[in-house]
Write a protein that binds this ligand. Structure first.
Ligand code: FMN
Length: 205
């Protein structure tokens, strides 16, 4: 079992029932060191994404990446909204996650392709924690431009972008961003778990 303790996380995140600490230790910082990431480290993250479950094992996720100081970095970076650019400038890798909307086996629409791609992203994010890395998903970028400029075919949909890197100190951020540089909390289970029908309360909670 993964047991690394994380002081930032312990201050704000308390699990209501016992869970693997790995799950609480994944959060989305914005302060990155700007170090480059080796291919072995990076491809372990992609490998984790690969093993996500999906409807009919269709594996709709596709991951388009650019490492900092590489040929494609500026292209992916240029897609970002200004707010995200301000801190992504120190990320090690940017990844655009794309999902195939149809099943390989019959060409029909997959209702769950986004759900499946989400599972792949979470696998990647949790694997990053085990490697001492951090990830930050983003919707703040130009989806149309991404589709066009990354040559994404029409039966694929752009899902999200992810910044990956090594975490730096909070103080490296602007005062405004420093305010948000901490692990956040979650809704209580009583708000999200329903027994039998939508809206039904659960006695245990
Ligand atoms: C699909 C998705 C899109 C997001 N978009 C942005 C974004 O554009 N900019 C940003 O700073 N954070 C973004 N976030 C980060 C969320 O705000 C963050 O995941 C959420 O507050 C939960 O916090 P945690 O990841 O630290 O647990 C995004 C997260 C997800 C999953």
């Amino acid at each position: 079992m993964y047991t690394t303790s994380n002081l930032d996380v312990e201050k704000t995140r308390k699990a209501a029932f016992e869970i693997n600490p790995l799950i609480l230790n994944r959060w989305s910082p914005r302060s990155f060191t700007g170090q480059e990431l080796g291919d072995k480290e990076l491809f372990s993250l992609f490998e984790a994404a690969r093993w996500a479950p999906s409807s009919f094992n269709n594996q709709p996720w596709r991951l388009i990446y650019a490492k900092r100081n590489s040929q494609h970095w500026n292209l992916l970076f240029s897609l970002l909204a200004d707010g995200n650019k301000s801190w992504c400038t120190n990320a090690s890798v940017l990844v655009v996650i794309v999902s195939k909307k149809t099943f390989d086996y019959n060409g029909k629409p997959s209702i769950t392709h986004q759900f499946d791609a989400g599972a792949a992203w979470e696998n990647l994010a949790l694997q990053a924690v085990t490697q001492g890395l951090v990830t930050h998903a983003m919707q703040g970028f130009d989806y149309e431009q991404a589709k066009r400029e990354l040559n994404v075919p029409d039966d694929y949909e752009v899902m999200a972008m992810v910044a990956i890197g090594k975490r730096a100190s909070r103080e490296k951020l602007s005062p405004e961003l420093q305010k948000h540089e901490a692990p956040n909390d979650r809704k209580p289970l009583s708000e999200i778990i329903m027994e039998g029908k939508f809206g039904n309360k659960v006695g245990l909670l």
